[in-house]
Design a protein around this ligand. Structure first.
Ligand code: GDP
Ligand code: MN
Length: 361
């Protein structure tokens, strides 16, 4: 029960700008890629497709972050492919190492015990997930920007992206945008939801009315269904992560040790936070052509519950063709059982095609 006097959810009304003003040019936004030197070829592939589908029209900046110095070769080749300003940032050691409250022997044992789980034995993966959860938005280069679009190496953008999605987010008062959602492996986050509930119970005043908790829990907050926005793609306003509410949330999870004693991903951490602590209207499915191994998002039409299947099929064909998609539409993952598309559409009272269109669609 929330005392109205202490009701203190994230206040975001002034996070948006008036893009109809004559002095507006473009959003204060950047692409961001945390990437290793060894991933140069995969990064170049992503940049090439991303520039062709979207950024050649807008020339947004691109920030590359790495826990090691980028090689001159990496910097040169990447700079040649980006159409906007390019910046290279080194991750400070204190953002990519053990905080002093972590028992490193216990962390090492956890890596052995979890070696049967994907990335369960990896130390660097854990630093990466903790960095994406708690630090990238504090990097001095990132502090210059409000909005970011996360782009990973080896991702694909098979359809045109005609709209400036940063501006779309801003103009529609969206804060967190995703393209794919799916169920997390429970073994990577056994204690995450208990920690989240403890934090939330300590701070009921942070929970806004009309939040999106029903997306992540289908039994009224009893258990976590594992649904999360797949964070290899994200478009979001970093003021979300810079909010006092998120900083306290991250610090609390960090203290619990789940980034190291378990293998908490940044995706469930971001997603659970956004779902509980943002109004659901601020979270948006950005329905673009996208691929991250092993799943595709094909931009099917999304309509109201009352729209018929024929209408949606017609609109999907139109959309698919007008966007010049170079992907087999049957590859779409949105309504697959492992996806959380169904949960999303249900809560938002939307629908998409229940079955994939046939070959000649
Ligand atoms: P997955 O998508 O969960 O399989 O994980 P990825 O291997 O794709 O890693 C997620 C992102 O972090 C990618 O952009 C990687 O390039 C980056 N990344 C992962 N590990 C490291 C690392 O040790 N150093 C750096 N600099 N980047 C990393
Ligand atoms: Mn990846």
């Amino acid at each position: 029960h929330i005392n109205p006097n202490i009701y203190d959810p994230i206040k975001f009304d002034d996070w948006f700008i008036d893009t109809s003003k004559p002095e507006y040019t473009k959003m204060n936004a950047t692409m961001v890629s945390l990437v290793r030197n060894e991933e140069l070829a995969d990064m170049l592939e992503s940049i090439e497709q991303f520039e062709a589908s979207f950024n050649h029209k807008y020339h947004y900046d691109w920030v590359f972050l790495n826990d090691k110095e980028f090689t001159p070769r990496f910097k040169k080749q990447v700079s040649e492919k980006c159409s906007g300003n390019v910046k290279f940032g080194l991750v400070p050691k204190e953002h990519w190492s053990y905080p002093d409250f972590i028992d490193q022997d216990k962390a090492a044992q956890a890596r052995i015990d979890m070696s049967h789980i994907i990335y369960g034995a990896s130390e660097s993966y854990r630093f990466m997930c903790r960095y994406q959860s708690g630090f990238f938005w504090r990097h001095p280069i990132m502090l210059e920007y409000d909005w970011y679009w996360r782009v990973e190496p080896s991702t694909r953008y098979p359809c045109d992206i005609p709209d400036d999605l940063f501006k779309y987010m801003n103009d529609n008062k969206k804060i967190y945008g995703f393209t794919q959602s799916l169920h997390e492996y429970h073994e990577t986050i056994p204690s995450l939801f208990d920690s989240v509930l403890t934090f939330t119970n300590e701070h009921p005043e942070y929970v806004p009315h009309k939040n999106f908790a029903s997306f992540i829990s289908e039994d009224d907050g009893e258990t976590y269904n594992g649904c999360h926005f797949w964070s290899n793609f994200e478009i979001a306003n970093m003021k979300l992560w810079r909010s006092k509410q998120y900083v306290e949330f991250f610090d609390y999870l960090d203290q619990q040790g789940g980034f190291f004693y378990e293998r908490h991903g940044d995706a469930p951490v971001h997603s659970v936070f956004a779902s509980i602590f943002l109004p659901m209207d601020q979270i948006e499915y950005l329905n673009i052509g996208y691929y991250h191994i092993p799943f595709w998002n094909v931009p099917y039409a999304v309509g109201k519950n009352s729209d018929s299947e024929e209408t949606l099929l017609e609109q999907t064909k139109e959309k698919y063709l007008s966007l010049n998609c170079k992907v087999d539409p049957r590859e779409d993952f949105t309504i697959n059982g492992f996806s959380c598309g169904e949960q999303y559409f249900k809560q938002k009272k939307l629908r998409t095609l229940p079955t994939v269109p046939d070959k000649d669609a």
